[in-house]
Design a protein around this ligand. Sequence first.
Ligand SMILES: [Zn+2]
Length: 480
Amino acid sequence: MLLGACTSAISFAGEGGGPDDGRYCEFTPAPDAGGRAPGLVVGAEVLLPEGNRPGYGVHIRFNGSIGAIGEFDGVRADFPNAAILDCRGNAVLSPGFVNAHEHPAYSWAFPDANLNPGYTHRDEWRLGTDGRVPLPIPPRIDFDSDDPRSTAILLAMELRHLLGGATAIAGSGGVPGVIRSINRHKRRGDPALYDAEADMATFPFSFRVVEDLREECAGGPAYRFPSPFGGNLAFMAFVPHVGEGRRTSCAARAEVARYLKRVLRRDRRYSLIHGVATDREDYALMREFDVTLVWSPRSNLALYGETIDLEGALELDVRIALSTDWSPSGSFNMREEAKCARRVAGDAGVALPGEALWHMSTGNGAYALGLEDRFGAIRPGLWADLILVRHAGGDPYDAVLTATDEDILATWVDGRAILLSESLDMPLSGRECVTLEGVAPKVCGVLGTFGLSAESFAGHIKDVVPVNDTHRQAPCKIQR
Ligand SMILES: [Zn+2]
């Protein structure tokens, strides 16, 4: 593949825009700090785990972590040498969304035309069992620094999630150093790609579950699953796919039963991805044994026509983390997933306020991965993975959940601005910011790192990867 020239559409940090240009925020560069690294104080309505705080300030430290939090004037006074981004009255500052389950290596494509919600168990769409038409799965794409096309495709996939409010995704694949990626370190290169670990393996359920459980489902003895692979990984959360099928699927129900026996050990953090075939009895156990349900309503509905018993899960107080699963059947980003979750709630006659959805999209995702001490909240010492969006009044949680591209003021991963509104001053980034066609915020410190220009990037991904066009997403529709 040819690389385009690297200059024309790029605007470099420092060009244009003085401190008074921002309509939503006022930026004051750091005064000369005499060689000390001063960080940045952001003023906004701040969403803390314990509630929303208008007129607050948050100090982003130079090392990429969150520092002091408090009334804006107090924080500002405590850090007289820091740069200031004062957006009070116009913006909300939230932790970035934690997308607790994705398949980044497969999540770059549009859904296939054969996608239909008629499957009863995962084996049907994956293997074509029971005479079903398998779902064509897009080829896996892994990062290869010598291949600009695969790099551009994976970058576009990550950009799609960043524009949708996520700052972390859990799953196998992606590119190093852009969105925060979570998965186990198994191969050379993994530590550079995954900066925190969770065990996302599909174990204990193989991709021939129906076959494995055939006897049991026919009334025979209970199937015994093989022992876990990988030894003692108690330090890491276990986040497997379980119960991927309708509640009428014996195999899917049996998976849930087996897994919930396993979690009784309480020997590590357990979560459960999908759990379409769960019921109220399962939710009672999950609550008691602290198992987080990682929920991807759109993908569930697109494949199986049904999803979890949301009313039951909420009544029994199960911790739920939202996630997108993958683009072939799931939401293109976390905001679209939240929209689908709301639709499911509305259909079930269940109240799902913005604040609850926000917890499902932030702290609960981090908890599902056993990484709540690293990110997923605005707390001193956590990584500064933050999103700042316009807010003209009304529910601040809804402002974060429904923000459009144009509402994005800034997104930080590790304290580094990666998305930046045109209305903000480029020195805020300190890195090269690029304008991409059809994307409102500038993208900073990313394309050039991988030897891509705005033009070459656009050329590689055109009609291949959905970035911010959600029209061709799988439908979020309950089948009756
Ligand atoms: Zn999955």
